[in-house]
Design a protein around this ligand. Structure first.
Ligand SMILES: *Cc1c(COP(=O)(O)O)cnc(C)c1O
Length: 426
């Protein structure tokens, strides 16, 4: 459930008509619903608790939507943060999420990033390879601390809605191999500056079938049992993120309750705490991207392009993952005025053929100046935006009931150009 519904002034986010946001902030603009973010987190947590999972660490995956205001909304509910760079650790801290609820993942953490995370006292650094383990040990020794590490294990299971977001096969770059995990864990346990506290996995994103997750989690359970049998200390099993969301026109994903029941069954009786790293399931349906129609361009050959002011640099999912976003007009025209639906290719202004959000989509008839919302754009939307084509980074707005605030401003052209430096020898 989310809080984007049609009201008397057209499509609204909670109590705020999106047209009002568009008029005040301009387009394109991302709009997030606080109530939806809170609801998704609360539903996820309640599902785990109902399934009997005691005191889980729910580390929201910052990369899905990394705005500090969004992080603060979730952090205030008790969420932790799953981070993949020093920048994300800093964002989590800036949102008031304490180090002990921060997980630091990622295959290529640099020396300085590791040092920063250790000084921030993160809950665990998820180790993705043996060379990385050695680097963490060296940095911890330099700082004179003991690094809490969890081994991210690659369970060699195929999952995920798209090849670009499958992470759990051994040919993917993520995690140590299942075969070497126990050896590395035992070695690390004997190191003066390492404190292995658990194991982790994350097999992909937008997963709509519990089977691969069950397979991976069962393997992880076996590994935890093996480590415990070897007398090693294991306190946490981190099961990653990846639960899919209901994108319009896509297979219905399992509910948080079904997911939690499966996890409870697979981890039954295992004497460790569980951690989760949900991203998309929290943020995706809590946000929309609002854009304005610039032109309707009809070719004599029959194609009809809806040229809008959002582009692939603002929302890259369709270009990168062939993702489908439902597109809704903010104010549906009266059926009588335009005679129902028209088929469009919806495109942005960028000089790339890939800057096409959808082809041959039947939409209510639209004209220049009309505004549309891309639904389910709260995750991997603004966070993946760029300034390609020197387009200002799209601003973000947070709605709370009948009020809203800009939580990231659109940069001015002066801001953008001032970052370039022309040396005096040019
Ligand atoms: C991306 C990522 C997540 C979140 O994935 P979702 O599909 O958004 O839930 C969790 N953990 C790690 C390590 C990730 O890289």
């Amino acid at each position: 459930m989310n809080h984007f519904e049609y009201g008397p002034e057209g499509l609204a986010c909670e109590g705020v008509p999106l047209a009002r946001v568009a008029a005040q902030v301009g387009t394109p603009v991302y709009v997030y619903s606080r109530a939806t973010l809170e609801r998704h987190y609360t539903v996820f947590r309640a599902a785990l608790e109902l399934a009997g999972i005691v005191d889980p660490l729910i580390a929201y995956a910052v990369k899905a939507n990394s705005n500090v205001a969004v992080l603060k909304v979730l952090g205030d509910l008790g969420a932790g943060a799953d981070t993949v760079s020093e920048g994300e650790v800093r964002r989590a801290l800036a949102a008031g999420i304490p180090g002990e609820r921060i997980v630091f993942s990622g295959v290529g953490k640099k020396r300085g990033e590791i040092a920063f995370a250790l000084q921030a006292g993160v809950a665990e650094i998820n180790v993705e390879s043996e060379p990385e383990l050695n680097l963490i040990a060296a940095v911890a020794a330099e700082l004179g601390v003991k690094a809490k590490v969890a081994f991210r294990v690659n369970p060699d299971v195929a999952a995920g809605g798209h090849a670009k977001i499958a992470t759990g096969k051994s040919e993917n770059k993520f995690g140590v191999s299942f075969a070497e995990a126990a050896r590395l864990y035992a070695n690390a346990s004997n190191h003066a500056h390492l404190e292995p506290i658990g194991v982790a996995c994350h097999i992909g994103s937008q997963i709509t079938d519990l089977t691969p997750m069950r397979q991976a989690f069962s393997k992880m359970r076996g590994l935890v049992e093996q480590l415990l049998a070897e007398g090693l200390h294991v306190e946490r099993l981190d099961l990653g993120g990846g639960l899919g969301v209901p994108y319009f026109n896509m297979p219905e994903p399992p509910s948080p309750a079904e997911f939690a029941a499966m996890v409870a069954e697979v981890t039954q009786g295992l004497p460790v705490k569980l951690a989760f790293e949900p991203g998309r399931v929290i943020a995706a349906n809590a946000g929309v991207l609002v854009s304005e129609v610039i032109h309707v361009h009809e070719r004599p050959e029959g194609k009809r392009f809806l040229v809008i002011d959002a582009a692939m640099n603002d929302l890259i999912r369709p270009a990168m993952y062939d993702a489908f976003h439902d597109i809704r007009p903010l104010v549906p025209r009266a059926k009588t005025e335009q005679g129902g639906e028209t088929t469009y290719d919806v495109v942005g202004p960028i000089c790339e053929t890939g800057d096409t959000f959808t082809r041959d989509r039947a939409l209510p008839s639209l004209a220049a100046g009309d505004r549309v919302a891309f639904m389910s754009a709260g995750a991997y939307g603004a966070a993946m935006a760029s300034e390609y084509n020197t387009r200002p980074l799209v601003p973000e707005v947070l709605v709370d009931g009948d009020r809203f605030a800009v939580i990231r401003e659109r940069p001015s052209y002066e801001d953008m150009l001032s970052r370039d430096v022309v040396p005096d020898w040019v």
